[in-house]
Design a protein around this ligand. Structure first.
Ligand code: UN1
Length: 478
């Protein structure tokens, strides 16, 4: 069955369709997914606009019940949805199932947030007057989501949008629309009125552009590359949209002399290579003090040699394929760049052949790299990490902060003093102490600083900053 767009409660065939191909096995085509044209995107926006006045007045109980039911179904079907995720995106099946479960929990969390809505009543500086501070929905929220978290990222944008009374038009990544479609199908069977939620699949240059430039979209939440994010911010300013942008990272992971070696190695394996390194939260700059450097590199490369890189759906696979040929080319190109810059390749660096035709790439580690090399400045978005050797913690901190990005930063240490100092001085939105930089909780704020993020935080109670508009009302009770 071909997969259509969901516009105003109806499944509508796209102007064209595109195959969704399994990156572990290019002979496996999951299905054909609709490609909307600009007209369809505008129809979805118009449907959301028309549905908004009524949905904005829905009760918090109505929203809570709908979100909770969606969350329940996602959790009940997490194996199936996680398998689809792994098949279309290439992260391993346990990672896919974990992500599907995360999406279910997010809906359940925001079901409860809906009923926790509250305002403030404060005295005025003038006699007899009362001031109320309340939150209202923003309106129509446009969403553009990336391929690397095909269900969790749509969930963490859609659930708060609906919880606070907004209408949604979402364009999932062109490359990986399967999970977003499955989520839309679940939502389409909920008690949500038609038009409140719309799915338009297709190209960024067509559907994305229609959403970004439409005067009928009030707010825009985007996760993706820095280049696209910057263009979106510029275009959104034309129509004064509220924007929330989550972009890249070049996240540092410090390993200090006093680190527990096993913990440090596990943290770096997880952060740099799992999910094929295709996470904006991945650690790609491993900053290691000289006392532990050689022992750490030896232990890490020994563990890397034992990783199983294979079909994402196979039991026992640690790391699945890269998502598509262009990402594979980018990974290969950065290996060449790092070598040319003088980095020493100590593991991986090459495409791998498996029994199925997929985009397999060996987890890659460079040592002897310096902070100014391109490999330490630009996001690769693959299973590629580089080690920077430093004298001490102070130099490690300076190197960690010497970047245009600021999403997250990790430190492996047993020193309370260094961990406490790092928590305060890392110029990022999220700090992990003896934990991987990637793999975040669903109930707390997510986001970064500098080139990584722009606008209010996502997730947890902080999501309300983006998905609501604050109103201040002055009352003279005469
Ligand atoms: C995670 O590491 O658990 O696109 C989430 C990304 C991030 C999400 C990471 N926005 O990789």
């Amino acid at each position: 069955m071909k997969k259509h767009n969901l516009i105003d409660g109806q499944w509508v065939a796209g102007a064209s369709a595109t195959p969704n191909v399994n990156p572990s096995n290019t002979a496996d085509v999951i299905d054909e997914y609709a490609q909307a044209d600009r007209q369809q995107a505008n129809a979805a926006i118009a449907a959301a606009r028309a549905a908004f006045p009524k949905w904005a007045q829905s009760t918090i109980q109505q929203r809570a019940d709908i979100l909770d039911a969606i969350g329940t179904e996602i959790l009940a079907r997490k194996e199936e949805l996680g398998t689809l995720l792994s098949r279309e995106e290439g992260k391993t099946k346990p990672e896919g199932i974990g992500e599907a479960a995360r999406a279910g929990s997010i809906f359940k969390f925001f079901a409860q947030e809906a009923v926790r809505a509250r305002g403030e009543l404060v005295p005025s500086v003038r006699p007899g007057i009362e001031v109320e501070i309340t939150r209202e929905p923003v309106g129509v929220v446009g969403m553009i989501t990336p391929w690397n978290f095909p269900i969790a990222i749509p969930a963490w944008k859609i659930a708060p949008a609906l919880a606070y009374g907004n209408c949604v038009v979402i364009k999932p990544a062109d490359l990986v629309p399967g999970c977003a479609w499955a989520l839309a199908e679940i939502i389409s069977r909920s008690a949500l009125p038609p038009g409140v939620f719309n799915l338009v699949m297709g190209r960024g240059s067509v559907v994305g552009d229609a959403i970004v430039t439409s005067p009928d979209v009030d707010a825009l939440s985007f996760t993706g590359s820095v280049v696209t994010g910057r263009n979106i911010a510029r275009a959104a300013a034309e129509t004064m949209k509220k924007v929330q942008l989550e972009m890249g990272g070049k996240n540092p992971q410090l390993v200090l002399d006093d680190a527990d070696l096993d913990v440090a190695v596990n943290v770096v394996l997880q952060s740099a290579f799992f999910s094929t390194g295709q996470r904006c939260t991945a650690a790609s700059r491993v900053i290691v003090t000289e006392g532990i450097h050689d022992r750490f590199v030896a232990a890490l490369t020994a563990r890397m040699a034992k990783l199983t890189i294979d079909d994402a759906l196979k039991a026992g696979t640690d790391i699945g394929p890269v998502v598509d040929p262009s990402q594979l080319k980018q990974d290969i190109d950065y290996v060449a760049i790092a070598k040319a810059e003088g980095g020493k390749l100590v593991a991986g660096g090459e495409r791998l052949a498996r029994t199925t035709d997929g985009y397999y790439f060996a987890p890659t580690l460079f040592t002897e790299t310096t902070p100014t090399m391109r490999i330490n400045r630009e996001e690769v978005f693959g299973p590629v990490a580089s080690v920077i050797r430093v004298r001490d913690y102070d130099e490690a901190l300076a190197v960690a902060n010497d970047t245009a990005f600021g999403l997250c930063a990790g430190i492996a240490t047993r020193s309370l003093k260094h961990a406490a100092h790092f928590k305060r001085h890392a110029q990022v939105g999220m700090v992990m102490v003896n934990l991987p930089t990637a793999g975040v909780d669903y109930h707390v704020p997510f986001g970064g600083r500098k080139g990584s993020s722009y606008g209010p935080r996502e997730q947890g109670t902080y999501a309300a900053e983006f998905y609501t508009a604050v109103k201040t009302t002055y009352v003279n009770p005469v």
